[in-house]
Write a protein that binds this ligand. Structure first.
Ligand SMILES: [Zn+2]
Length: 469
């Protein structure tokens, strides 16, 4: 398999350290709010990466952290405690906030058919190990204490910026400029390993440590959780491109200083989701979440389909129009599969042709995860005269190991009566409204039905409904 490696800034042949266990680490969510569609995009591509490795035949062990320690607003150590901010906003304890958004995150993962990591580790479960790790760095002379906090001294590291390829000045401008400079740092890129002095009041999560009561810096959790669960070296470390200059750079600095070994063989980064104005996080002032697109009547898997039609190393522009056309294409794909399923033929099987399509599909994925081309192979395969329908269905099932679009999943059929006819009529009205991009009308129809205890479920084959009490 060919895979782009941020560290070498080139496409490389993927060769795992140990063929019998590919070790993979994913930076997980910070659970102070719902996951943004842009983050979910990265998780979808990472899911494809893991499933592709498995499809090719590698056993994979994947680890992901959950950042439930309140971490700071910016990648650098300035800013405000996100967890506390969320807790204040919602009148809950920080622990309740963390649990609530962790649950919401995994609901999103399920809706998008993203496989759960083999190990999911909460940052707050590893406090003792962080302390041991910091002690180790301290012993080797990589740290200093200033104003009560333990800092990592980046001048003690050779080639600190090797991941980003930037020089230190570039790096300084790459990190936020609107935050206050911490005057206690020897170098602007030094980062805190353990805080005892917080810039914000009422830091809610605190633990005892040799340096005083406080809490860990946020880069440390990925280093330590991966060392504990994957050992001192791993094959692939994944995350969004925004992590390259600070978070991943600091992860490398502290981990390799601690172990004295090269840590990660391949660094994998997913690009941003942007809106039409080129901005990342908002679309017309709305914070884009999976539940928002569901509320607008879209199927979550239409978003997966939308994402799979892009390459992970290219920015992807999001709009509800483009999501609507992706949903349209996805619905057609699903009904094409259903037609094949419903129409048995007695055509002779052509083994050679089946092998050819499987090989082509695999080749696309092995080409730095070209999912868009892989989907084209799927369409070509469904159209061809060279295969019989049962072969086609076998191939769909095979491709689904990576695509995970529920192409073969049966939807439940509802029993019709008078009420059902009324509901079907409303559903049709709502579909028309959606087609005309009148999402307000579509929303109001959904709300009207909900008042009557009818919940709509958008599926690839159309809209289903169910009655609730
Ligand atoms: Zn991380």
């Amino acid at each position: 398999m060919k895979l782009y490696n941020t560290l070498s800034r080139s496409i490389e042949d993927f060769k795992p350290i140990d063929e019998n266990s590919v070790k993979m680490y994913t930076c997980g969510p910070t659970v102070y709010n719902y996951a943004h569609l842009g983050n979910l995009r990265t998780y979808i591509h990472e899911d494809v990466l893991e499933k592709t490795l498995r499809y090719i035949g590698y056993p994979v062990k994947r680890v992901m952290n959950i950042t439930d320690v309140g971490h700071l607003e910016s990648d650098a150590d300035d800013g405000e405690d996100k967890m506390l901010k969320g807790a204040k906003r919602e009148n809950k304890t920080v622990w309740e906030i963390a649990q609530h958004y962790t649950d919401a995150f995994f609901r999103d993962m399920d809706s998008l058919n993203i496989k759960k990591a083999d190990v999911v580790a909460k940052a707050t479960d590893y406090i003792d190990q962080y302390i041991e790790f910091i002690k180790g760095l301290e012993k080797k002379g990589f740290t200093y204490i200033a104003n009560g906090n333990v800092y990592f001294d980046i001048t003690k590291v050779e080639n600190y910026t090797k991941l980003s390829g930037m020089d230190l000045d570039q790096l300084r401008t790459a990190s936020r400029e609107d935050v206050e400079v911490d005057v206690h740092k020897k170098n602007p890129q030094d980062f805190v390993l353990w805080f005892t002095k917080s810039k914000f009041e009422n830091q809610a999560m605190k633990w005892d440590s040799p340096w005083g009561v406080g809490y860990p810096g946020w880069h440390i959790e990925c280093s330590v959780i991966s060392l504990v669960n994957l050992g001192e070296q791993m094959d692939i470390h994944c995350g969004g491109v925004d992590h390259i200059p600070v978070h991943h750079t600091n992860e490398i600095a502290q981990t390799e200083s601690y172990t004295g070994k090269e840590w990660v063989k391949y660094w994998w980064h997913g690009e941003f989701l942007i809106d039409n104005d080129g901005k990342m996080s908002k679309s017309k002032g709305e914070f884009l979440t999976l539940s928002l697109i569901e509320k607008k009547g879209f199927n979550p898997l239409s978003y997966r389909y939308f994402v799979l039609n892009s390459h992970y190393r290219k920015q992807l522009a999001f709009s509800f129009d483009s999501l609507a056309s992706a949903e349209n294409a996805y619905t057609k794909l699903k009904s094409r599969v259903k037609t094949i399923k419903d129409n048995a033929d007695n055509k002779q099987a052509n083994e050679q042709a089946a092998v050819k399509y499987k090989e082509e599909f695999k080749k696309c994925l092995e080409d730095d995860l070209n999912t868009a081309n892989a989907i084209t192979v799927l369409f070509d395969m469904l159209k061809t005269e060279d295969l019989n329908n049962s072969q086609k269905l076998d191939l769909v099932a095979d491709f689904e190991k990576v695509l995970s679009l529920d192409l073969l999943k049966e939807e439940t059929v509802e029993i019709h009566d008078e009420l059902a006819d009324y509901i079907e009529e409303m559903i049709q009205k709502r579909q028309d409204a959606k087609k005309n991009k009148d999402y307000q009308l579509a929303d109001s129809i959904r709300a009207e039905l909900l008042e009557k205890g009818i919940v709509l479920e958008d599926t690839r084959q159309g809209v289903n409904w169910k009655k609730i009490n």
